[in-house]
Design a protein around this ligand. Structure first.
Ligand code: SF4
Length: 168
């Protein structure tokens, strides 16, 4: 069955708007340094692991190559160790909850540069060690977990007024 002239006239602008939205979305993604790939979630899924006592909410989950990888957006202009740690937490959480092991993830910094973080054994061991120490510290709430913040790290931290290890 063909379209009536009225329906055909209405369909053309709708199609154009759809194409425009796809192109605009792609341009916004590229401007923010975001990669291609099917978005599974945009800051909408909280992942939890009871086993490791971890929780995380990736900015974006992307379906690619038969698996799911996380993407995180940061205002910082350089990749920091704690950004890698956060990615490591997401890798563990995705594996636990979605039953797929992401080979890598991406951190997109404020200037649009995209940093690929590999899901290797070293990062996994570091993150699980940190998670274990945090779990142990939770069992001893009077004992703060020893940390070594780098200069500038504490300034924007919401815990600063209560933290005895803050460094300014
Ligand atoms: S203020 Fe305390 S909790 Fe916040 S970053 Fe610094 S050391 Fe860590």
């Amino acid at each position: 069955m063909g379209l009536t002239p009225w329906a055909a006239a209405a369909a053309v602008p709708a199609l154009l708007i759809g194409v425009l939205l796809v192109l605009t979305g792609r341009r916004v993604r590229e401007r923010r340094g975001l990669g291609a790939g099917g978005t599974v979630s945009l800051d909408a899924v909280t992942l939890r692991s009871r086993r490791f006592g971890l929780t995380g909410r990736p900015d974006r989950l992307i379906k690619t190559g038969g698996t799911v990888i996380p993407e995180e957006w940061k205002s910082a202009r350089v990749l920091r160790p704690w950004h890698r740690a956060q990615m490591g937490v997401y890798f563990v959480l995705i594996e636990e909850e979605l039953r797929t092991r992401p080979p890598h993830g991406f951190v997109t910094c404020g200037d649009g540069t995209r940093h690929r973080v590999e899901n290797d054994e070293q990062l996994r061991a570091w993150v699980l060690d940190l998670a274990g120490r945090i779990r142990a510290a939770r069992r001893e709430p009077g004992e703060p977990l020893p940390v070594r913040p780098v200069p500038g790290q504490c300034r924007p931290c919401g815990m600063r007024p209560h933290c005895r290890q803050a460094k300014l």
